[in-house]
Design a protein around this ligand. Structure first.
Ligand code: ELE
Length: 218
């Protein structure tokens, strides 16, 4: 892909790191490293920290500096400012729930790749026109789920998706069995109660189960 030669990593490399990308909403910076290590112990080292919490950028900074084996990305990147903040914090890739022309243009001058989000064919075409071929599909279950993604493969066979939104242990196979889905994302690996109780072993256990299930579709 000749989208830009500035990206240090290519989207296909991110998508190939594993079948499951944990979507993390971390409130407390002190929980960042234990959560990242619990996921890695369970077999996942690609992580998306959403910029939905006040401390999210510090969480990214913490994981980037203290857990070098993690491939840490930022999520909920909705504009050029949050893209730049993610880069400054040490994120190695950025994911957006959607796309705007401003964000797509800014990402071409960024050192880290952007995975834009789409929920419609027209949004997908806007992204393809800008040179992108790897997208998040969000909110997956609410906009037709795996049936939608399967249909999209007809007119757009070369596009690869990472769907998120309503995906979990029970339905991930519907997505991972599709040729145009490289990985799926979800928040179910890190339940709120496990974080509240600092039950890091539970996160590792859920992650191991998810990784084992995903292997069937690899
Ligand atoms: O915050 C963002 O940037 C998002 O794009 C949304 C997340 O990917 C989904 O909210 C995850 O969905 P659940 O697994 O159903 O919780």
């Amino acid at each position: 892909m000749s989208l830009t030669n500035k990206w240090q990593t290519q989207p296909e490399e991110i998508f190939a790191l594993g079948s499951i990308v944990p979507v993390l909403v971390i409130e407390n910076v002190e929980d960042a490293v234990p959560i990242a290590k619990a996921l890695i112990a369970g077999g996942i080292n690609v992580l998306e920290v959403t910029l939905r919490t006040a401390n999210a950028l510090d969480v990214i900074r913490e994981i980037a500096s203290k857990v070098p084996e993690a491939m840490i990305g930022s999520g909920t990147v909705t504009n050029p400012d949050t893209l730049q903040q993610s880069i400054d914090a040490g994120a190695k890739f950025a994911i957006s729930p959607g796309l705007t022309k401003e964000l797509l243009v800014a990402s071409k001058n960024s050192p880290i790749p952007l995975i834009p989000g789409i929920a419609s064919i027209s949004e997908l075409m806007t992204g393809i026109d800008a040179g992108f071929d790897h997208f998040k599909f969000f909110p997956a279950e609410a906009v037709g789920g795996s049936k939608s993604i399967k249909s999209i493969s007809g007119p757009f066979p070369n596009i690869r998706f990472c769907p998120t939104g309503g995906i979990n242990q029970d339905n991930m196979g519907n997505y991972l069995s599709l040729n145009n889905v490289s990985c799926i994302g979800g928040s179910w690996l890190v339940p709120n109660d496990a974080v509240a109780n600092k039950d890091w072993a539970k996160i590792t256990e859920i992650t191991k189960n998810a990784v084992a299930s995903a292997k069937q579709f690899a």
